[in-house]
Every structure is written in C-alpha cells, then in structure tokens.
Design a protein around this ligand. Structure first.
Ligand SMILES: [Zn+2]
Length: 155
C-alpha cells in the first residue's frame, strides 16, 4: 500500500500517534527544563562570571519587568538573533569585541521601538502583535551605535 493511502485509511491512528508524540515531547522538554534549572542554580555564580554578556541580557529583562514593560526573551532567542545578524551590529556592521576606553564590549540588546515610545507606537500600529520586550522588538547594536541612536527608531 502506498504511504498516502495508508495514512488516509488510518487517520485515527495517525492523529493518535501525533498527539502521543507531542505529549511525550512536552514531558521531555519539561524534564529538560527542570534538569537545567537545577544545574543553572548550582553553577550560578560560576556561570555568571563566565557569561557576563548573558547576565546583561538577564538584567535587561528584569529592568524591563521593573518598568512594567511587557514581554520577555530568553538567552537562546537572543543568541539566535545575534547569529541571524552574523554577530554584527545592525548599524555599523562591526563585530565584537568592540574596544571602547579599553573595555571589551559585546553586542547589546536594544529595543527597536524604544520603551518610551512603545505605547504611542502600538496605538498607531495595531498590526503589531508582539510585546515591547519580546525578541521581535530587540535588535543587536554595539554600545556606541546604541548610545548615538538614542530613542530614534530605525528598521
Ligand atoms: Zn555599531
């Protein structure tokens, strides 16, 4: 029997199987999260020291939370975004490390639509479905472009 025919004749089985495998995946990722959470806590200090740039992202998220800015992004999403931009600042197209006053700087997570302009912006752009601090509103910038950009909106 051809595969398509088989699937057609065994729809219930196929749907059941798919459902089961999704459940299994959910269970697995829950487990993965728990395992890694434990590990992360255990190595927290050590990890923070080795991952200063990631710590910065975390603090970016908590600053946003304090300011009651909605949305959130994870380190994984940030790393994916940076990779998507070939590890380059989207304005000057340079890659880190950036040397600034003898300090090594990594790319910084900048809000494309600044927090201060967000509320007005979404009123005029109802098509935007993400939240201010979601990864969709984040872009990688070097420190110097970030400070000279200020609250301008670039795309
Ligand atoms: Zn730059």
């Amino acid at each position: 029997m051809k595969k398509r025919e088989w699937v057609e004749n065994n729809k219930d089985k196929v749907i059941g199987y798919r459902r089961k495998s999704t459940e299994k995946n959910n269970e697995r990722s829950k487990q993965w999260y728990l395992n890694n959470k434990k590990l992360a806590l255990k190595n927290s200090k050590e990890w923070q020291r080795k991952n200063k740039d990631k710590v910065k992202i975390y603090s970016k998220c908590s600053v946003a939370k304090r300011k009651k800015v909605k949305g959130n992004f994870t380190i994984e999403q940030w790393e994916f975004l940076v990779k998507e931009h070939n590890n380059k600042c989207i304005i000057c197209k340079k890659s880190p490390p950036f040397l600034d006053n003898n300090l090594t700087q990594e790319l910084t997570a900048d809000h494309r639509i600044p927090i201060s302009k967000w509320n007005i912006w979404i009123k005029n752009h109802p098509e935007i479905k993400y939240l201010c601090n979601d990864i969709e509103n984040i872009q990688p910038l070097c420190q110097s472009c970030n400070s000279s950009k200020g609250t301008k909106i670039i795309f």
